[in-house]
Design a binder for this molecule. Sequence first.
Ligand code: GN1
Ligand code: MG
Length: 359
Amino acid sequence: MSAAEQRLPQALAAFGLEGPGISVSRCGTGHINDTFLAEGPGFRRLVQRLNPAVFPHPDEVMANVTSVTHWLRRSIRQSGGDPERETLRFLPTTDGKPYFTDADGAAWRVYVYHDHSLSMETIDSPETFAEAGRAFGRFQRMLDGYPADTLAETIPHFHDTERRLSALFDAVRRDPLGRAQEVGEEIRFAAAREHDCGEALRAWREGRLPLRVTHNDTKLSNVLFDSETRRAVCVIDLDTVMPGFSIFDFGDAIRSGANHCEEDERDLSKVSFDLELYRACAAGFLEGSGGSLTAEEIAFLPWGAKLMTLECGIRFLTDYLEGDTYFRIQRPGQNLDRCRTQFKLVSDMEKNWEQMRLS
Ligand code: GN1
Ligand code: MG
């Protein structure tokens, strides 16, 4: 039994979600937190345990998500939307606290489940992907003007790709499990792109890319679609909302959606970057962001795609070398497989680089 399953009853009780009429099942596909669905007469709640190793300051995470969802609600209401449908609603514990801390020190929070909605691991059509892009673009636009200095940095240096590469080199040097020798090709792939890793950061240091309030984890599965209309209704997983680059919010959507494979596909012949999907998502993102991006940011969007994919591959590889301590795995070698799909997508993007231009 996992730590989360062991403490689940305590957490349910803290939110008043116990009793004979309530059933609970595991759900979600995230690699970090543990998520459960609690269903009772007339209600459904998501009950989530924050991974304490990844989010050591749950108070800051919850303060960020509370205040960001508050801001989003106002913005959605102003544009005539339905805040209950289009953003998250967190519910307090029975004694009025935003989260519950279990006996292991891990934080749990509860939010309202969105009925008639679904999330996707892979995309079924360019139209659906354009919808995802539009949702992330809108998210960007709605948070334009949010006072960034009031947000805590929930995971410092989260998308500092240069640091992510240094962490890989460090893991290779220490090689705690002796796995480095079997992944020479992947290590060389990353090392050959050392200069690329600094591309966005250099542009920011030179004043060409602005720091904004961004989502920072815009994988495809973090958009909820209406199960009937397939319109994007809500962007979820707000734990990493903090200052960042808009090109990375675009880029992570491309990384996770502009292909037809699972993130951990073992057969690399099935993994290929789809330019048509890329263009569909880009058009949606630009439309959703509604003119809030600068010309320079738009010109940099292809870099967002390449860097997010490269960085994610580097992180999976690092974790494989470290012994899979960060990203949850269901089978041995899964983080290495995840790294390989990302690197295959990066090389495809390099081959399509000219066609990826958006300005
Ligand atoms: C993690 O667990 P999930 O799905 O929210 C990770 C992202 C990665 C993603 C890769 C906090 O996201 O950065 O891009 O896995 N989140 C964190 O699938 O590290
Ligand atoms: Mg996440």
